[in-house]
Design a protein around this ligand. Sequence first.
Ligand SMILES: CC(=O)SCCNC(=O)CCNC(=O)[C@H](O)C(C)(C)COP(=O)(O)OP(=O)(O)OC[C@H]1O[C@@H](n2cnc3c(N)ncnc32)[C@H](O)[C@@H]1OP(=O)(O)O
Ligand SMILES: CC(C)C(=O)C(=O)O
Length: 522
Amino acid sequence: MSESNKIYIFDTTLRDGEQSPGVSLNNHEKLDIARQLQKLGVDIIEAGFPMASQGDFEAVKTIAENVKGVTICGLSRAAFNDIDRAWEAIKVADQPRIHTFIATSDIHLQYKLRMTRQQVIEAAVAAVKHAKKYTSDVEFSAEDAFRSELDFLCQVLEAAIDAGATTVNIPDTVGYATPAEFGQFIKEIREKVPNIHKARISVHCHNDLGLAVANSLAAVANGATQVECTINGIGERAGNAALEEVVMALYTRKSLFNKTTGINTREIYRTSRLVTNLTGMKIQPNKAVVGKNAFAHESGIHQDGVLKERSTYEIMNPELIGLNVNNIVLGKHSGRHAIRDRLAELGYVLDDSELNKAFEKFKNLADKKKEVTDEDLVALVEEEIRSIPATYELEYLHISSGTRVIPTATISLSKNGEPVEDAACGDGPVDAIYKAVEKITGLNCTLLLYNLSAVTGGKDALGEVTVKIRPNGSAKTYLGRGVSTDVLEASAKAYINAVNKVVYDKMQAAEEAVALPKKEGV
Ligand SMILES: CC(=O)SCCNC(=O)CCNC(=O)[C@H](O)C(C)(C)COP(=O)(O)OP(=O)(O)OC[C@H]1O[C@@H](n2cnc3c(N)ncnc32)[C@H](O)[C@@H]1OP(=O)(O)O
Ligand SMILES: CC(C)C(=O)C(=O)O
């Protein structure tokens, strides 16, 4: 692949993607995603914003320690403390990159930063120079670039490149641009910034008008060589440019763009599913490239065409994105090798003890279901293997419900091994279950989201319930997932899973509070 026509894929699923409302990934989940992104062949993984929290810092550090052969990037404001923290987290990476940013639009300067243009230039230069002391690979972003006055933006970019930025990123932070405008914008930046040839031009488009991918492609057509994007297009507000759409557009329309990426397209579907499963953010069936219907043909004329010749109605082969029909059917006669292989294909690398646990659960499920699908396996690993320590576990559940009775749930949970039982009535069976769990745990929470979906087809399908709760008096929300062939059991498990996360967080906070005075006293 010639360097001159390569488009660098900068994945920010773990940073901007995690800024999606309701998404909160733990370190293990972030590491799983980072490993899969590396397999997918992205050039840069933006692993997080280390200054944001201790958890973010740890996650970025863990990724830098464990995911090799790819650039690992940490985001920071144009502030020395942020940059120092980012460096601390990424310094062990094979190829560390510091990404520092400051806004350049008047609206951000006046209301948010309360800085003058001169101060912004100075802060940008100081930040890049400071980052440069640590690593040669420094990216500078002019936040809200598209709404910035062009001449001022060009001045900032020129100064950042002079200070040592090797990539300059032009975000359309609020997704305001249209493709023709954004393409022209990039063209003008290339013409007006004298030292632009010394840096890679990157774009970072948001999807507020549904134009993030189109704008990114317009930028590529006008000389951008790095595209920032996320799996499934997740991200702040309406999200970012979807990696799979950008990549498949460049691939499918190669004769138009004459560009290549380092992406192994056959890993796209798997990566998309992993991100869906770990974030709880479902994608709509008609989503381009990875949606359930993206390769489905419903009407007779289309079916006839596809049967005669696929290309009549398909512009890409589903196998290209890794949507292959797997001919190894997993069921009760399968062994550990097959499970380990399929899990690895799905992005989960388990150690021996995790595999043994997964295998035992798999066999139990295979006794109930004829065929265990990929979705079943993902659900199983998510629920049983990748879960945080479970203070509460469901022992049994009895529901009394019908058209003429008040729904009542009797539940027994084990709390650290000790059984605790209680019962409650509710507006419906699920409400009764949640009230009974509240009575047992003493945790009062507001249910913000309840989503039930079938993860597999047929009468023996596994039902997956996703809930989002907020403990009363707290600003934080917690996602819980539960899977079972019985939807009420899945509902109970999802709620208990979320409650366990609340309890775990409280325990962590209590441990940190004990550790802190000790540290300060040393
Ligand atoms: C466009 C984007 O996606 S940018 C990335 C967004 N991501 C995040 O915000 C990550 C999560 N954020 C956080 O955890 C917190 O906001 C933190 C830890 C980063 C900062 O928290 P706090 O110190 O409490 O500040 P808070 O978030 O309330 O306000 C942001 C401050 O940073 C300043 N700031 C914002 N952007 C920048 C920048 N690029 N460079 C320097 N300062 C900046 C703001 O002006 C404000 O400063 P002020 O307190 O002097 O008014
Ligand atoms: C920090 C920058 C790149 C960003 O996320 C944005 O402008 O949307």
